[in-house]
Design a protein around this ligand. Sequence first.
Ligand code: UD1
Length: 417
Amino acid sequence: MDKLVIQGGRRLCGEVSISGAKNAAVAIIPAAILADDVCIIENLPYIEDVISLVDTLNQMGVKSEFVDKNTLRIDSRNIQNFCATYEATRNIRASYYLLGALLGRFGQAEVSMPGGCNFGTRPIDQHIKGFEALGAEVTVEHGMVRATGHLTGTQIYLDVVSVGATINIMLAAVLAEGVTVIENAAKEPHIVDTANFLNSMGAKVKGAGTDVIRVVGVPKLHGSSYMIIPDQIEAGTYMVAAAITGGDVVVRNIIPKHMESMTAKLIEMHVDITEEDDAIRVCASRPLQAVNLKTQVYPGFPTDLQPQMTVLLSTAKGTSILTENVWENRFQYIDELKRLGANIQVEGRIAIIEGAERLTGAEVSSTDLRAGAALILGGLVAQGQTVINNVRFIDRGYEDIEYKLSALGADICRIKA
Ligand code: UD1
């Protein structure tokens, strides 16, 4: 497996352009197969999760090919099977969107239980509850989820605010007969992006971005050309990279509104932030201050930026208390961070972070995607050399990360396996 080697201590300066949103891409690619037609998706991040999903679609008889590095043409006119195997989907959590899309279009789907990052139990009971409410029969056997049935619109109240369940039910409902109302829906930007894409194909989805989504079923969807929104989490990661190195970086091609919870915390930490229409400048010239932080569903602070903030707070003056409210077990990477000299105590869902004088380089392993990003951030500021193993986790979700960081002045290189 590839390794990343970082010589820490370089101040990052310059501009970085953010790629398309991973979590929108992994929903919009399956959504495209709802049309018996051709879709063109632009601004796709060229990352492992997208490449794996494209392979999976092609195994099902979809013809999907990259027109260029960030543009995908998806021709779903010849889908031959409705099954996504364990082998094809075990590394992508979002493979569950194939269930909603296949069920919506063909009335049948068979998809392996989702894999992805391990943050404790990751149930899909709310997805299944939604499909059943729409009239599907769902069974889970031998690690495969099977759903069949003719779908009819209905009212569905989600017991937990779930991004995945909200999108999956939307996918299943767009071709169902009648009206579906999803209550207590999640509001993340990629839910709005997926709804906008569905509407561009002729669907009738209203209310995405609020906690009540109304879908009026239509008989058929047509092909469409669509550009994915910028990645909120990648943007936040580079904002932390600027702050942790005492740098001055303009993070470009973003939607500043999506970054509000992040910019608020950085300002509280004494980082200077300047917003433009599609960019944020992050300038850290003063000592960083400790803050308290709780992860929440959007528009709260995203759990996917929690590991990056933990490492940033490890370099701030004072004690920070960070509460993880979304996932039951998302602190597994902290032992790796401690190898770099971070001073953190975990008690259940709370991490107590004591700002350290300095971090020092060490050999570490990423345990999941965002934890891997946090280790890179630690390596950027640590004294000496940091070697990061298990880079495949990072490649799942960050396009060209070592090139983007090098262009900002980081000393980082990849050693191929
Ligand atoms: C998505 C993101 C992931 C992010 C998470 C929370 C994608 C591909 N992944 O994951 O990066 O960390 O949102 O912002 O978009 N839950 C249930 N039953 C369900 C579904 C979820 O109890 O059927 C619980 C989960 O255990 C978790 C919470 O709801 O505690 C939120 O999960 P959810 O929003 O569904 O996360 P994902 O969609 O899997």
